[in-house]
Design a protein around this ligand. Structure first.
Ligand code: TTP
Length: 201
């Protein structure tokens, strides 16, 4: 028998559900559809935290369980890169990230008995130079379409990633260390109940 859900996941992202499963947190999935347009002049840090909180609060209206919302943005030269609208935009995004460092910001918010607890994790990602032929071949795989910044570090684009400074799981969609701390503070059991409960540090 699969474990009973202990958390509502206000997200359509299969990556987030899988990441939570790796730390033994079974979820009920309640995707919410929000306007994800950044505010004029809104800083990326404020933007991902705002969306994470909005998703958590919208999901909480659909469930009696503590609820998690999250948002990931790729930031390059101060610009927020969302999901590419098509082939040309995807290529332009990766061209702008090629051969240099950019930042990935992930906001995560958990609403529960302690109110809404939230944090933002920033990771620096260094990509090697990417050739034009590689950009075309990468788009044809279908991988970039639903990914912020137009790439997936956990997928085929791993061959472009020289190194990172920060949290690999945050780039995929959820910073597991920080998420575990927020969940523990909301009384959500980890490791399917096998990890002794209470604040982790
Ligand atoms: C940079 C990067 C992003 N991504 C993904 C994570 C997120 O799912 C997505 C960013 O879009 P988000 O808007 O954060 O999430 P989502 O639309 O997939 O799900 P929801 O809003 O319902 O929670 O890009 C990767 O999977 N790998 C990567 O390397």
């Amino acid at each position: 028998m699969p474990p009973d859900p202990v958390l509502c996941l206000a997200s359509a992202s299969p990556r987030r559900r899988d990441l939570l499963a790796t730390i033994g947190v079974a979820v009920e999935v309640r995707p919410v559809d929000l306007d994800e347009t950044p505010g004029a002049g809104e800083a990326a840090h404020d933007y991902v935290l705002r969306l994470a909180r909005e998703k958590a609060l919208a999901g909480a209206r659909l469930s009696a369980l503590p609820t998690l919302g999250s948002d990931t943005a790729v930031v390059c030269d101060g610009a927020i890169l969302g999901k590419p609208a098509g082939r040309e935009q995807a290529a332009a995004m990766l061209r702008s990230l090629s051969g240099r460092c950019h930042e990935v910001l992930t906001g995560v918010a958990v609403s529960g008995p302690a109110g809404v607890l939230a944090t933002c994790v920033t990771t620096r990602v260094f990509l090697r130079p990417i050739k034009e032929a590689e950009l075309a071949a990468y788009w044809a795989t279908g991988e970039p379409a639903d990914k912020a910044g137009g790439y997936a570090i956990q997928g085929l684009a791993a061959v472009f990633v020289e190194h990172i400074e920060g949290s690999h799981s945050a780039v995929v969609g959820l910073p597991l260390f920080e998420t575990a701390e927020l969940l523990a503070r909301q009384g959500v059991p980890l490791w399917n109940g096998a990890l002794p409960s209470g604040p982790m540090s």
